[in-house]
Design a protein around this ligand. Sequence first.
Ligand SMILES: [Ca+2]
Length: 399
Amino acid sequence: MNLRTRSSAVVGTAAVCLIASLALATASAEEADTGTARARTTAQAAHAARAAQAPQAPQVALKEVATAKNPSAGTAGPGGAVWIAERAGTVRVLGDQGLGEPVLDISGETTTDGERGLLGIAFDQDFSHFYISFTDREGTSTVDEFAVEDGKLQPGTRRTVLTQTQPYANHNGGDIRFGPDGYLYIALGDGGSGGDPHGNGQNLGTLLGKLLRIDPSGGDPYAVPADNPFVDDPEARDEIWAYGLRNPWKFSFDSGTGDLLIGDVGQSAWEEIDWAPADSKGGENYGWSAMEGNHPFRGGTEPANHVPPIHEYDRNGLGCSVTGGYVYRGDKVPGLQGHYVFSDYCDGTLRSLEIENGKVTGEHDLGVNGGEVVSFAQDGDGELYVLDLGGSVSRIDPA
Ligand SMILES: [Ca+2]
């Protein structure tokens, strides 16, 4: 297992072995980064310079509201409360006194080696069903469903909706979320190793390296929406909504506009944010593994239908593994309204993008660090929470 070390202005450049490292960025042990400390010293100076130049950065603070054991995902549940997934397999609900006792424990059914574990949770729109996304003990990506009654999971109703075997332990994706159209979207990575050795990203015959769109309530185990983009293509899997993704670790829909935003973790050079408008018909090709960000990957040729990222950043200062977030639609921080908030697992600085019609019009360093930022969560009021794999769950408050 690759224990990634991280340095920052606070902890210094000494190697700090993190207990719960999640090597999202490195393709394999062989591709572990080198010269990290030197790169980051340069990077921190560049970072500071960028921050100084950023105009009108929203003023925010991080308020720790709970501690969890390796939180990996979060979602708004019944009544607007945030439900938190812990990587080893538990789910707990955030209340005024922090996290409650587990409402679900599948820790006997998953492992946390590589990039595995309980990786995603979601409710459908009327909170009548709860979904979990995890790798099973063989590493197979699995999405299961529970009925919810009176805000409580009904264990006896559990059923498996979708599975996908994984050739390697990394790049599982695993985030799940209902879109404004009422369908369940499932992000799957390219299968892992490094450099997409099986060419899954551009292969429409596999679910790996894709964003899927299914209707779990429309069939057994699910139905494919009739307007999915590839249902008439016999060579393509009907579940595919978008493709050319490497490790779409976190994605979200803007609760104000319905636009889709995906944080796709890069191979070794470019981290990216992908975007699609709410009225997209699907079928976007985000490029991997012909492209890494805006750049041909290992001699790749840019596909004619490549949808380039709306934002990319390199490894010179801002991190090494993008963590997609949410467009802020809360009330607590008016200056953050409409900004897409995201971070990076290796860097932890919260950043935001202003986006107009799919173009980034502003980029901000929010001046706070969330630690090993592995996920964000949005509560029923649109307020955002930052999940640090090291354990902190923090709310983004006004400064
Ligand atoms: Ca891409």
